[in-house]
Write a protein that binds this ligand. Structure first.
Ligand SMILES: NC(=O)c1ccc[n+]([C@@H]2O[C@H](COP(=O)([O-])OP(=O)(O)OC[C@H]3O[C@@H](n4cnc5c(N)ncnc54)[C@H](OP(=O)(O)O)[C@@H]3O)[C@@H](O)[C@H]2O)c1
Length: 333
């Protein structure tokens, strides 16, 4: 455990981000919006990556509206900026286009915050036919990360942060049936995708020692994740449980602290994993927390990387071509 982590870390302690370019996936809602707000307030140029431009524009308006902990002021002062990026993680061709646009517009990247996610929907497939949660939460972010690596490599203090969940602890990577073709359980699939996030974070760190790769989870945070899950699945009983548990939920701003700590603080460590400190990790200020054991197994990490690359290559010729164009920049597999 890292002793240098303050007991009550908040965005007040966030280092200056002026001059840094940060991309936040799912930046229009919940933890992503709060992360974008905090990064902008500290002077970063924030790329709001959202699955429609209308949502990205609404997020920009919300962030610039003022009274946002200094975010609007920072942008008004010219010390930070906002860029809107269309990104559908459930479509690898969209991921390829998004990565190309980041390269064209910015030519560099200091922080990639892989935050977007879907939770426990009924069985659905991405554009390329992957199970929606594995495809969005893991494969989309895997593809985005490897395509953006050249923009991150060589930057001072470049960071990639995966937003995982306590669901990683009950997750299992079923390499024989990653896409839920034999059997689909929507919660097991969520756990699998969130375990994949933390396994990928560790493997990325092994392959790219020059950058800081970390993972973070928010505990229970009041966002659109649970309402969207109940609406998609029709699981009304789960809606009742969320209402009963509401006093345990913390705000989205509080839930975003672990990922912001991993993304910015000098005490965050390569390969670190951060989550809330109280109520068994459900709420509280960020601190280092244990990872699911599979994340610490290099064989599991290597296998997930190899399978993910192969799946993305086979499903999207655009991804395969983009990866080939990067040539030696990609860490060897
Ligand atoms: N809230 C919690 O208690 C909790 C607990 C554990 C882990 N997490 C994790 O925290 C992360 C953020 O979730 P949140 O709680 O902030 O939920 P949220 O408010 O629902 O935000 C999720 C974001 O992901 C975006 N997204 C979903 N599918 C996408 C796709 N195909 N392409 C691009 N973006 C997509 C959503 O876009 P739309 O608005 O277009 O849907 C939204 O911006 C997720 O990874 C989640 O697993 C949250």
């Amino acid at each position: 455990m890292v002793s240098a982590v303050p007991r009550c870390w908040t965005t007040v302690a966030m280092p200056d981000q002026a001059g840094r370019v940060a991309l936040v996936t799912g930046a229009n809602s919940g933890l992503g919006l709060e992360s974008a707000r905090a990064l902008l307030a500290r002077g970063a140029t924030v790329v709001l990556a959202c699955r429609t431009l209308a949502k990205a524009q609404a997020a920009r308006e919300a962030l610039l509206a003022g009274g946002n902990g200094g975010a609007g002021q920072a942008a008004a002062n010219g010390s930070g900026g906002l860029d809107l990026l269309l990104l559908d993680l459930a479509d690898l061709d969209s991921v390829v286009l998004a990565a190309e646009q980041v390269a064209e517009r910015h030519g560099r990247l200091d922080l990639l915050l892989n935050n977007a996610g879907v939770m426990a929907p009924p069985l659905q497939r991405t554009r390329q036919g992957f199970e929606l949660q594995f495809g969005t939460n893991h494969l989309g972010h895997f593809a985005l990360t490897v395509l953006l690596l050249p923009l991150l490599q060589g930057r001072s203090d470049a960071r990639v942060v995966q937003v995982t969940s306590g669901a990683q602890y009950f997750g299992r990577l079923d390499f024989e049936d990653l896409q839920g073709e034999r059997r689909y359980d929507r919660w097991a699939a969520y756990g699998q995708s969130k375990l994949a996030n933390v396994v990928f974070a560790q493997e990325l760190q092994r392959r790219c020692p020059g950058l800081l790769s970390a993972a973070a989870h928010p505990g229970l945070a009041r966002t659109n994740l649970q309402p969207a899950s109940v609406a998609a699945s029709g699981a009304r009983l789960e809606g009742v449980v969320y209402r009963l548990l509401d006093p345990l939920f913390q705000s989205a701003a509080m839930g975003a602290l672990p990922q912001l700590f991993a993304a910015t603080d000098s005490a965050a460590e390569p390969g670190g994993h951060y989550g809330p400190s109280q109520f068994g990790g459900l709420r509280g200020w960020p601190r280092p927390v244990r990872m699911a054991p599979a994340a610490l197994d290099p064989a599991v990490g290597a296998r997930l990387w190899q399978v993910s690359e192969q799946l993305c290559r086979e499903a999207s010729p655009a991804f395969a071509a983009a990866l080939d164009r990067l040539g030696g920049v990609l860490p060897s597999t």
